[in-house]
Design a protein around this ligand. Structure first.
Ligand code: G6P
Length: 577
């Protein structure tokens, strides 16, 4: 994040970085320009070390919160990085692929490196050009063509009253204020100050002063539209909840409803209305949303649908002339962006589903459908996931009639009912577990994958989602009284065989927490614990089961005292492949 204006930059940037911590939180730092450049940076969370950083003086500053790639988390490897003279400072998001060759050359030319990062080469290259040209903008323009990889960089120098920024494949947004300007990886740190945003494009180099924004691309001045952001600052505050994750779980009824309302029969672009086949690419939770979609679209619309992890897409023969849907709540996941670029290169038409206006995926895809989840801060996806499902259900409605809109518009009421459930007994079981299996069939197999992901990422208990029929092909060997199985057993075509599977698991000593419908005494009798959900439409049961599993993971992680919003080693927006 960068700031230039009339306020003290450091405390404002520190507060802003807290909002960006979901991108990485192993170390952080700020550099300001006052008389000279001053810099403070620390390993660890912002909350632990903010004092010395906030006290830096100056009305121009840049800051960074890190998710280590090159070089372990440490004070030295934290950004900003300075040149040899200490007169130029830089922060960088992304990866410089050709850094090792550049580093050797710079060492030979006498530069001193203070970190193990790929980033530091950029500031030394700028130092050399700045010595020749005495103009920071020109120096950055000279250096950019020599670095390969993904980057969003911000640079300040002792002798210049401006911030220079450049982007390639990593997001950057300018916030336009009155007599002050902001720049950051996303809008969330600026929502208090402005709603006017400019989303930068790849190749843009920006000179940002207190009153002016100048954007160059390929050496030419360009103008980019100013967009109004309708996220409010309240959306990014905890609002009395213990964690963002809990707040976001509770925001799901509204997020689902808003998204259903925002997408209608005409929303699907013309090119996507009659596909012969569909390919879905996504990562993490978004992949699980894709799997639920695959079950439902193939079942309802009879359109063959292939689903790939975005990171694996390139290793399969590409679809020819098909429709490719990329699901990514952040719009910035590197693997998903790459997969969509590859699909385009093979003449596929591409549709993105994302939560973030102006995100990179919106520039790559032929068309975008936006969810209306509002900003999601907690690393674990919850309301963005439910909102992806809302978009995907509306896609199915567009493709083949699908579900009646009336049912979808009522779904939020069922989600609300589930939010009030007491899960104390089940939490007790889970928090003692060494390992937990989640099993289901059909769309509930996808739900089991997502439930297990939620549990492992925030509680650190090993959890696996399995197709219920697969457990006997290996994982049975792991079943014991310390390995509970969470069985998703809803009325419908999978019910009978799920009941048999549950009996098999119990016979091998595993306690079973069954999730089924209210009034199912047969299921409640065989289960060790029974979680009863409202008896509704199948898709709504998918939603309510998901919400129960999110709550179960949350309550278990909370009982274990975990760092729920920022689980160890994870980041929300993974901008490296
Ligand atoms: C990270 C997040 C996950 C998310 C995945 C894909 O791993 O921690 O919650 O599901 O990225 O993110 P995307 O923004 O592409 O949906």
């Amino acid at each position: 994040m960068g700031y230039i204006g009339r306020r003290e930059a450091a405390p404002l940037i520190v507060e802003g970085l807290k909002r960006l911590e979901y991108r990485g939180y192993d170390s952080f730092g700020v550099a300001t320009k006052n008389k000279g450049i001053t810099l403070a940076k620390h390993q660890g969370r912002i909350s632990e070390n903010a004092g010395s950083v906030s006290r830096l003086k100056g009305k121009i500053g840049i800051g960074h919160t890190r998710w280590a790639t090159h070089g372990a988390p440490s004070d030295e490897n934290a950004h900003p990085h300075a040149d040899c003279s200490g007169k130029i400072a830089l922060v960088h998001n992304g990866i410089i692929e050709n850094y090792s060759g550049l580093r050797l050359q710079l060492l030979e030319r006498g530069h001193t490196f203070r970190s193990e990062t790929d980033t530091e080469v950029i500031v030394h290259l700028i130092e050399e050009e700045y010595a020749k040209k005495k103009d920071l903008l020109v120096a950055v323009q000279e250096v950019i063509p020599r670095i390969k990889g993904s980057f969003a960089i911000l640079v300040i120098a002792e002798d210049e009253d401006l911030i220079i920024a450049a982007r390639n494949a990593s997001p950057l947004v300018i916030g336009i204020g009155d007599g002050e300007n902001f720049i950051a990886s996303d809008m969330t740190p600026m929502l208090e100050y402005t709603e006017r945003a400019i989303f930068l494009e790849d190749g843009d180099i920006v000179s940002l002063t207190q009153d002016a924004v100048e954007i160059l691309n390929n050496g030419q001045k360009v103008t980019r539209p100013v967009e109004l952001i309708d996220w409010s600052v309240e959306d990014v505050k905890k609002g009395g909840f213990a964690h963002y994750m809990l707040k976001e779980i509770y925001e799901q009824p509204q997020a689902f409803y808003n998204t259903i309302r925002a997408i209608n029969q005409g929303s699907l672009p013309r090119f996507a209305r009659h596909p012969d086949s569909i390919t879905v690419v996504a990562c993490g939770s978004s992949f699980h949303a894709g799997l639920i979609f695959k079950y439902l679209v193939e079942g309802t619309c009879k359109i063959p649908t292939r689903l790939e992890y975005a990171s694996e897409f390139r290793y399969y023969p590409p679809p020819v002339n098909g429709l490719v849907i990329g699901i990514t709540q952040s719009g910035e996941t590197a693997d998903t962006l790459t997969a969509l670029r590859q699909a385009k290169a093979h003449n596929c038409r591409t549709l993105a589903i994302t939560n973030v206006l102006g995100s990179t995926v919106t520039r790559i895809a032929d068309a975008t459908l936006f969810m209306r989840a509002g900003p999601e801060i907690s690393v674990a996806a919850t309301k963005s996931f439910i909102s992806q499902l809302a978009v995907l259900m509306q896609v199915i409605s567009n493709l083949c009639g699908g579900k009646e809109e009336g049912i979808l518009l009522q779904a939020h009421k069922s989600i609300e009912e589930v939010l009030l459930m007491d899960l104390t007994d089940s939490v007790q079981f889970c928090k003692e577990a060494q390992s937990i299996f989640y099993v289901g069939r059909g769309p509930f197999f996808a739900v089991s994958l997502e439930g297990a992901l939620k549990m492992k990422e925030i509680s650190y208990i090993h959890a696996e989602g399995y197709a219920a029929g697969e457990l006997k092909h290996g994982p049975f060997a792991l079943l014991s009284e310390k390995t509970p199985v969470i069985a998703l057993c809803m009325p419908g075509e999978t019910y009978g065989v799920m009941m048999s599977n549950i009996k098999e698991m119990k016979a091998r000593g595993a306690p079973v927490i069954a999730i089924g419908c209210i009034g199912d005494t047969e299921l409640s009798d065989i289960a060790d614990h029974f979680i009863a959900l409202p008896r509704t439409d199948l898709f709504i049961q998918v939603l309510t089961t998901l919400v129960v599993l999110q709550l179960l993971a949350y309550r278990t992680a909370d009982a274990l005292g975990r760092d729920i919003d920022k689980p160890r080693n994870l980041a929300k927006s993974v901008t490296v492949e």
